[in-house]
Structures are given as structure tokens and as C-alpha cells.
Design a protein around this ligand. Sequence first.
Ligand code: NAD
Length: 486
Amino acid sequence: MLDTMPDRLPDLLDDADLLPGRGDFAGDGRLAVRDPATGGLVAQVAISGAPQAREAVDAAQAAFPAWSGMLPQDRAAILHRWHRLILDAKEDLARIMVAEQGKPIGEARGEIDYAASFVQFYAEEALRPNIEGITSHLADAEVELWREPVGVAALITPWNFPCAMITRKAAAALGAGCTVVIHPSAETPLSALALSVLAQRAGFPDGVVNTVIGDAATIVGEWTGDKRVRALSFTGSTEVGRLLYRQSADTVKRLVMELGGHAPFIVFQNADLDRAVTEAIKAKFATSGQDCLGANRFYIHRAVYDAFCEKFTAAVEKLTLGMGMDDPDLGPLIHDRQIDKQKAHVADALEKGARLLTGGEVDETLGPLFYKPTVLADVPDEAAIMREETFGPVAALTPFDDEDEVYRRANDSEYGLVAYVHSLDPRRIYRATRALQYGMVAVNRTKVTGAPIPFGGMKQSGIGREGARQGLEAFTEIKYVCRDWG
Ligand code: NAD
């Protein structure tokens, strides 16, 4: 079912054929997984269609009573084993990710740590009380709220974080007592299969974790139409999110939607400029810019605009672009549509009056998917890059003059995932935090995510939160119990 190229991939994937249900869930077709850095074939994976997607739900539905009825400490023990196995396999998982996704090996290792942290967090959350007593409004009855798992949960994940997006959803759902069907992106099925192999080794009973690979519209369409699937958690573009929202309406599923972003990065005149530059590099170029948290628009106060442009461009010119296993700062983009988007956004901005400070082209010496880290200055608000998600290594800089103006411009977006603010003035930081309509506000730093925090966006960046206690909400129902002693 899984043919991997010799010497390319760790043995971990040899066991993918042994996954419970894989024989049933796999059809006749093959999906070619290619290395975005070289275009070379990495593996061929057997793909499934609608019948296998249904069988996966059958398996998850059959496994649900025993899994949800298991003592929380026993479920937690299996999650803890999965956590340990993921960390023990960090190097193998990171190499698989580099092969199919292209990201630098250092970033891939960091993602495995991040992915594992959700499994550990929800193993511990599984032990927290799931019954809450509340003060009764009745003289002769006591009332309680029980939190119960919803049933089968469908998890649909993108290619930019092939492991962490799966564990962020799966660990919460499994810890809550749900069983899961997982559809990973067609670009990165191997990371998903490797996590499934480790889940099987950790001891999840058959039918609890089911990974189905194939045409997204067919498989996910099957699940959105299936009333046995009670929750759907999706990470991906706002466009596909809207579609799944509509498709889930007929069966009234509980939804988590982690959608697109278009982060503003605001630097006030009294910011620590060197620090702002260092953090701006991270906010723009991590994951080669293919990050929903990636800064798309940089608003720099006019008093420090020229200095910022100069320092930032100098820092960008030092960034290295290369093959993932050499651990450069940036790797290739995932496919040619991503390259087309960079080219279109740069051309449009230049046509509308922006200046190119560095980059602005593919590095052909490396290959067709390597786009040079790019800085554009004086980008007008009308440019497409100021509204549409670029999802690549192009930074758009623009000056601003006063606070109200920058909040208005920063909030003028259909997205509301994360905003970055740089200032050393506490009052201004407070006003900015209040004014920005974003699910997450990061002040004087870039990396703010982690398993204990509720990750998610406002407006069309999504619905619900992942991580933290809040990450359990979509996978649980509240049952109100009123016991009469009269
Ligand atoms: P995408 O929306 O194209 O695909 C995401 C997933 O949806 C994939 O598994 C894909 O197979 C599936 N899918 C695609 N078309 C479908 C259809 N018609 N029906 C059902 N399923 C379908 O997104 P992508 O290109 O893989 O990822 C990039 C996007 O993800 C960006 O917009 C980014 O901002 C977003 N993202 C958001 C977060 C977050 O937490 N908010 C995190 C990472 C990525």
C-alpha cells in the first residue's frame, strides 16, 4: 500500500501497512508524494474513496462506546505513551516532514516538540473534573453539569504543519473521549501515517484513530454528510472553511474552524527597533512564510520607517535559502500555486507604486519552488498583498502617522487571527491591545503559541479555539442533570 523510495524514509513508515483498517480504507489508486525541493518522488500512498471514508466512520462509531467509557486515567495513559513515542521518534518524524514538506530540519524538529506538547497537555486534561456542581435554583433538587464526549470527530488538516495540526485536534478529541477520523492534506500524508503508526504502538484500541487519505472533496464530503460524525475540526483556508461550514449545516455538527490569517505587524516610534527587526524576521519568514500566523502587513511609524526598512532589509539579505536537510533559514514553497501567488502579489504591489528593496524572484539555482525572501516598501493599502493572504516570504512595509489611523488600517481586514505590536510605552500597548480585533495579540514578541493557550481567530479567521481547556469544547456536550430529593 505504501511504496517508499529506498533510503529516503525512516523505517517507521514500513508499519503503515499494518495499521488497523488500512486494508479496508485503502482503494486501488495511488497518490504520488513529491519532495518540493527537488520534485523527486518520495513515496506512493494507496488512496481511499467514499466507501472507505464510510468504513472509517463505521469503525470509529463502533469503537466509541468502549473508548468513551474507559476510565479517564486509562485513556490518559495511552495518550502519555503516544507523547513519549512521538518524542522518541522525533528525528524520524522530522526527516519525513522535510522529505514531503520541505521545511528546514530545525523547524521540523521544533514542530515535533510542539506537536507532542498537545498530546501531553490533553493527557493531563483528561484527568480534570468533568462534572461541575452549580448552585441550585430549586429548593428540593440539586443540579450538575456533566461534560460528555460528542462521538465521532472528523479532523481535516493542512500541509504547513503536518504533525502539529493533527495532534492539536486529535489529542483534545481523544482525551475528551471521542474517536476520530483524520484526513490529512494530499501534500503531507506520510507525517499523518507515521503519527498513526505511533498511535497504534501506543495502544489506542482499533477504530479509535482512523487516517484516511484520498481526494479531499470526496472523503470530507462523505463525512460532512454523515450524521454519525458529530464534530468537525478543520484547519485550512477560509475558502474551504466556508464550504465545510455550509456542508455541515444539514447535520448540525459542532465546528472548529482554524482558517486564514493576515497579521498586521505594528512598530511604534518608541519601540526597541533592533528587537522589532529580529521579531519581524520570525513573524514573516518562519515556515518559509507559509504560516497562518505570518505577518502580511508591516505598519511602521514614519519617525522610524526609514531606519526599520534599512535594518530589516539588511537582516533579510542575510537569510539563507536551501535544502531542508542543510537547515537553512527558508526552504522551498510547497507547490507552484504558492509561487504564482508570490509573483502576482509582488507584481501588483510594484504596479501600484511599491518599491522592491530585496528579493522579488525565484532562485533558479536551487529550483522552481525556491522564492527569495522579499521586502517591498511603500506598499499602498489598495495592493492585493494588503488584503489577501500571501502565505509566502514577501514582506509588505508601509508607514503610518498616528495611532487611530494604524488601528483602523490594521482592523480593515476580513481576517482576525493574530496581530503583533512593538512599543515600550505601557499605555500605548494597552490601547493597542484594546483596539485590535484579533484573537491573539502578541506584544514585543512573535512566538506566543503553546498547548496551554487558546489558539484561534476572530471574524473570518475562524470559529472556536484549539489548545487549552477551551480546545475541548467542540468535542464535548454539556448534559444538565437535575436530581429531585423531594
Ligand atoms: P486548504 O483549505 O486548501 O486545505 C486544507 C485541508 O482541506 C486539506 O486537508 C485539504 O485536503 C482539505 N480540502 C481542500 N479542499 C477541500 C474540499 N473541497 N472539501 C473538503 N476538504 C478540502 O488549505 P491549505 O492550502 O492546505 O493550507 C493553507 C491554509 O491553511 C491557509 O489559508 C492558512 O492560513 C490556513 N491555516 C490556518 C491555521 C490556523 O490555525 N488558523 C493553521 C495553519 C494553516
